[in-house]
Write a protein that binds this ligand. Structure first.
Ligand SMILES: Cc1cc2nc3c(=O)[nH]c(=O)nc-3n(C[C@H](O)[C@H](O)[C@H](O)COP(=O)(O)O)c2cc1C
Length: 463
């Protein structure tokens, strides 16, 4: 069936080749030293790459980040981090401690940020010779990555004997947040002095972003690795996202289910889980406490989200029922199998040479969304339920009928073949008032928009 006939609702699913122009960002910082920045060019490239016809903006557009490097092996990751921040639309000014210069040269970071790197408080390029004041006044945030144990101790004591520490101390504390990404040997990390310093730093208003675990440069294995650049990017984007879901506990299902026929084979579908994972990430960015119940997919868990892996529809229902009691929002994006083999074999079913194919009997699976949405909490308005419907045709009619049947305030229709496995999607939001179309865009930007739409509906209900 040709694309647009499948939707009787409107016109967004037709490909509207519309791209939001990037307006925020660069202009504001051209006054800075070394103003030739690759950011604008990169933004244009990213926008072109993201040309999905929907509304796409770079997540850190308009943000100016002071990236501070202190001395540690993880300085090699800071180069990639700098690039990642620039690609996400930020302007980045790098400041390095003397020790950091032992691990990576300012040349690399100048090339990647498009700005000369600052390393000394005696930098004569500043007309007033006060780089620590000037740099910290222009920033939307200071991110120290890697943050050495020594630098953490320095921050804690308000020491200011080099540009990096001086700049952190001199920053306007209510306007310029300080985020630190520690990186150190596992013993240094676990040391009571370091742990005490983290706790004190947090209570002084800084944000300690946590560490990764695994093989370390020194040959030991444990906690203390700097988070990967992509993980830090996720945390920084979340940091800047308005916390419209603060205090909410969101339960999301994602991916396909797998119904065993025998120990070797099973019935599943082509859902990749990307939409549900994006929804979980967007909800966490918006400040919610998020639990993600995932069918068999191998996607990385969004930062800060707690994940439960399940296989079959029955497993998914059990996991959901247990967690739904604490949830305030339930978003069912998983493509749950409607049926499962009635009597799965406990041994592999073999060809017997007769040419006769086996006959499979099916039994109906539990309806996870309906089970939750018919619960007392949902009916009393204490649990806001959102369902997803993957359809092949007549999206509006099918979605509206499903919304009424499942008794949910909001149902999201999408076309199965257009979403399964894809990074982009288009959504049709159906509620009591009618329908709203979200044009084709990345699943993450759709998920962020969906979070806003849910918030609007929840506050309308609360009034
Ligand atoms: C090879 C080498 C690797 C180091 N790696 C780390 C590290 O990963 N984390 C850390 O906190 N310190 C590390 N140090 C120690 C710091 O570089 C040292 O404490 C330095 O004084 C930190 O200075 P800064 O905080 O002013 O940048 C390392 C030292 C050496 C010689």
């Amino acid at each position: 069936m040709p694309g647009r006939q499948r939707y009787k609702s409107g016109n967004i699913f037709q490909s509207a080749r519309r791209r939001k122009k990037q307006t925020a960002g660069d202009g504001r910082y051209t006054k800075l030293k070394g103003g030739v920045s690759p950011t604008a060019t990169l933004r244009n490239m990213m926008n072109q790459a993201n040309d999905t016809g929907g509304e796409e903006t770079l997540e850190l557009a308009g943000k100016h980040i002071l990236l501070g490097l202190s001395g540690g092996i993880a300085c090699y990751k800071a180069a990639e981090l700098c690039r990642t921040l620039v690609k996400a639309g930020a302007t980045v000014q790098v400041v390095m401690s003397q020790a950091a210069e032992q691990f990576i040269t300012p040349v690399t970071l100048q090339a990647l940020s498009g700005r000369p790197v600052y390393t000394s408080q005696w930098d004569r390029r500043e007309s007033n010779n006060m780089a620590h004041i000037n740099l910290s006044r222009e920033a939307d945030a200071i991110l120290i990555a890697p943050c050495s144990a020594d630098f953490i101790a320095k921050l804690l004591h308000g020491r200011a004997d080099d540009l990096l520490s001086l700049m952190c101390l001199a920053r306007p504390i209510d306007k310029v947040p300080l985020l630190v990404a520690p990186a150190m040997n596992r013993e240094m990390y676990a040391h009571p002095a370091t742990q005490r310093n983290f706790a004190q730093l947090e209570s002084d208003g800084a944000r300690v972003l946590g560490v990764g675990s695994g093989f370390q440069a020194c040959g030991e294995t444990g906690d203390g690795r700097m988070l990967e650049p992509e993980q830090l990017l996720e945390d920084i984007i979340a940091f800047f996202t308005p916390k419209v879901l603060i205090g909410q506990r969101v339960l999301v299902t994602a991916g396909p289910t797998y119904e065993s026929i025998d120990p070797i084979r099973g019935i599943t579908n082509l859902s990749s889980g990307k939409m549900g994972f994006a929804v979980a990430r967007a909800a966490r960015e918006a400040g919610a406490e998020v639990t993600l119940v995932a069918g068999p997919v191998s996607l990385p868990t969004p930062r800060g989200v707690s994940r439960i892996d399940v296989k079959s529809a029955k497993n998914m229902l059990e996991a959901v029922i247990e967690r739904a009691q604490q949830a305030t929002i339930f978003i069912a994006t998983a493509a749950v199998a409607d049926w499962r083999p009635a009597t799965p074999s406990d041994r592999k079913m073999k060809k017997d040479g007769s040419g006769h194919a086996p006959r499979l009997e099916f039994t109906e699976n539990p309806d996870i969304l309906a089970t939750v949405s018919h619960s007392a909490a949902a009916q009393a308005g204490k649990l806001f339920c959102v369902g997803f419907a993957a359809e092949s045709h007549d999206l509006l009619e099918n979605a509206q009928a499903k919304r009424v049947r499942k008794k949910v305030p909001l149902l999201i229709g999408n076309i199965g073949p257009d979403t399964f496995g894809q990074d982009h999607n288009a959504l049709l939001l159906v509620d009591e008032q009618g329908s709203t179309e979200l044009p084709r865009a990345s699943k993450l930007s759709l998920a962020r928009r969906l979070v806003r739409e849910i918030t609007i509906r929840m506050s309308a209900l609360a009034r």
